[in-house]
Design a binder for this molecule. Structure first.
Ligand SMILES: C[S@@+](CC[C@H](N)C(=O)[O-])C[C@H]1O[C@@H](n2cnc3c(N)ncnc32)[C@H](O)[C@@H]1O
Length: 271
């Protein structure tokens, strides 16, 4: 992240949002991630521990090491894991930078999981090269990333679209890439991984699933809201249109014929 700007910030509200985000998205994210053959997992960019809690509950036999750059996030992860009731013997939390781990021996993990992290990192290939350097041959890697240009609604909503485009623009200014999912295959290839697959995960909600659609519009509101503070501080006048964005989201939620569409991108590879 350049100049220390992080799109979503590290506020209490944002830390809570990361947990709620995973309650909603985990049912989609983990449809293709299979850790049933793994015992020792490394989660890169574990944030406040939302993914760790999900994975530790889903796979009772695994141990996860969570690597995180920000001390504040790691502290929150420690608290969240403690409150989850999961035994401390099943996880380790490490403060560190995935671009420069400082590990000088090969690390013994069966699988690496990285979710919504590369989008914030200026040099994604450097992270993958570093992982390739420190992980033993055969280690599997599962990556899930954003592809924000795919977001669409029917009917199209001008204030939402404008806000979204500004958010994408701002993320590139922070050194990240809101469309990084598109390049996962290319990064893995350049870093020397053997890529098994790279695939979009389309989320399309319409009148056939009204509760799912409503949940997604609500989630989207929080996702956009999470970037307002940082954007305002960096010269984007997004607050003045926020009431209109909320109004359009309410219209979409109340319109029986509206459609939500977004596709994130996942990859599975090995060293
Ligand atoms: C959007 S959060 C996602 C957290 C978690 N993966 C989840 O899905 O809930 C991205 C996290 O990656 C961390 N991060 C960013 N760059 C990193 C790096 N170079 N090394 C380790 N962690 C990093 C950030 O501090 C942040 O906590």
């Amino acid at each position: 992240m350049s100049e220390g700007i992080y799109l979503h910030g590290y506020s209490e509200w944002e830390q809570q949002r990361l947990l709620q985000q995973n309650d909603i998205l985990s049912k989609y994210i983990y449809q293709r991630i299979d850790l049933s053959q793994a015992t020792r997992i490394l989660e890169v960019g574990c944030g406040v521990g939302a993914q760790m809690i999900y994975m530790l509950r889903k796979y009772p036999g695994i141990h996860i090491t969570g690597l995180e750059l920000e001390e504040k996030q790691l502290e929150k992860a420690r608290l969240n894991l403690m409150h989850s009731g999961i035994s401390e013997s099943r996880y380790t939390l490490l403060l560190g930078n995935a671009t420069r781990t400082g590990w000088d021996t090969l690390q013994d993990f069966d699988a690496v999981v990285m979710i919504w992290v590369l989008e914030h990192i200026p040099d994604c290939e450097a992270v993958l090269r570093e992982l390739k350097r420190v992980l033993k041959p055969g280690t599997q890697i599962w990556i899930t990333e954003v592809y924000h240009q795919s977001f669409a609604t029917y009917p199209a909503m001008p204030a939402i679209q404008e806000f979204w485009q500004q958010m994408i623009h701002f993320q590139s200014r922070t050194g990240g890439d809101a469309n990084v999912g598109l390049r996962l295959g290319q990064f893995l290839h350049s870093a020397g991984f053997q890529t098994e697959w790279v695939a979009p995960f389309p989320m399309l909600f319409d009148a056939r699933n009204l509760p799912g659609r409503a949940e997604m519009f609500e989630y989207w509101k929080d996702l956009m809201y999470s970037s307002i503070d940082s954007m305002e501080k960096n010269g984007y006048n997004v607050l003045q249109n926020w009431a209109q964005v909320e109004y359009e989201l309410t219209q979409l939620k109340e319109d029986a014929n509206s459609v939500f569409y977004y596709s994130f991108i996942q990859a599975k590879a090995a060293i």
